[in-house]
Design a protein around this ligand. Structure first.
Ligand code: FAD
Length: 282
């Protein structure tokens, strides 16, 4: 199948992109790596009148480290994150998770901003941003906004982005040597979207975890923080943490897995991700 006809523009600056988007807000769609949008066009799940290709805005392809923060531009490709020594050293959760995003050919073109703006509830990177308490930067006709990841993902393919806005990057703060991470995912085949997945971020002080954040994906219409389980894990009680998942999560049922199966898998993944934090500190 082929896409419906559309106009195409490749602005040279963010200002031009925002100008075009504000003029054609209803019929225009941002194009980044095209790894989700191009298939959607070809399947005629989307039929925008105009594609605004922001792929030429090279200033948004960067990975920068600060004293306790990491900043990544929206046009940074998955392969850049995967191969980044800075990410591996400062925020290895992202290095772990990115290897589960699709396949190498898709990671060569797909971008961080595209994955976050798409907001697939079974995607790895939105959950990582939630676990990391990241701040998402957007620019639009009204200026720049900074949106906490917990407020950004609002439903299946729904975000806090307003018409005409472009996601420009993310900032991950609070990094340091006491940070520890775990990541676990179950999918039918490597590279598929998750049936259930978990991104875990915490602080480690001697033997205990604190500031535990458990972001599950594939269980609801958006990534979900399991707060009761995180609290039990901080108290060092894994069986209470597993039991608390029944309070935190009301998983969806679909052709891939029932709600009860997803809840069971969430507990299995919790143990795996927790064990990873132990191995990292051994
Ligand atoms: C076979 C296959 C398997 C896949 N498996 C996975 C997987 O396991 N996990 C996973 O997470 N993803 C998976 N994907 C999806 C894909 O990896 C990502 O959705 C893609 O990389 C998103 O980035 P992109 O730059 O290609 O976005 P695009 O396709 O260009 O855009 C995606 C959406 O985001 C919008 N958008 C893009 N960038 C911006 C921006 N900066 N500001 C505002 N809006 C923007 C676009 O308008 C569009 O609606 C898979 C895709 C395929 C084809």
């Amino acid at each position: 199948m082929k896409s419906a006809a559309f106009d195409y523009v490749r602005p040279g600056t963010l200002e031009q992109a925002l100008q075009i988007l504000s003029e054609r807000a209803e019929g225009a769609r941002v194009l980044a790596g095209g790894q989700s949008l191009a298939p959607a066009l070809n399947l005629r799940l989307a039929a925008p009148e105009l594609l605004v290709d922001i792929g030429g805005l090279a200033q948004f392809r960067y990975i920068e480290e600060g004293a306790d923060a990491l900043r990544i531009g929206a046009l940074t490709r998955h392969v850049d994150v995967e191969r980044s020594e800075i990410v591996a050293r400062r925020c290895p959760l992202l290095s772990r998770a990115i290897a589960h995003v699709a396949h190498p050919a898709i990671r060569n073109r797909g971008t961080l901003g595209g994955s976050l703006a798409l907001a697939d509830p079974a995607a790895e990177l939105p959950a990582c941003m939630l676990a990391l308490d990241a701040v998402i930067h957007v620019a639009g006709p009204g200026g720049e906004r900074r949106i906490a990841a917990r407020d950004f993902f609002q439903g299946v393919f729904e975000t806090a982005l307003r018409p005409g806005e472009v996601l420009t990057g993310v900032e991950i703060g609070g990094l340091g040597p006491d940070r520890t991470y775990g990541f676990a995912e179950l999918s039918r085949r490597r590279g598929d979207f998750a049936i259930v997945g978990l991104a875990l971020a915490a602080r480690r002080s001697s033997t205990a975890l604190s500031d535990v954040r458990l972001a599950f994906f594939g269980v609801a219409d958006r990534p979900v923080l399991a707060r009761a389980a995180a609290s039990a894990l901080g108290a060092g009680d894994m069986s209470a943490a597993r039991a608390a998942l029944a309070t935190d999560l009301k998983p969806v049922s679909d052709a891939q897995a029932s709600s009860a199966m997803r809840l069971h898998l969430a507990g299995v993944l919790l143990e795996r991700a927790f064990n990873e934090t132990l191995e990292a500190s051994a």
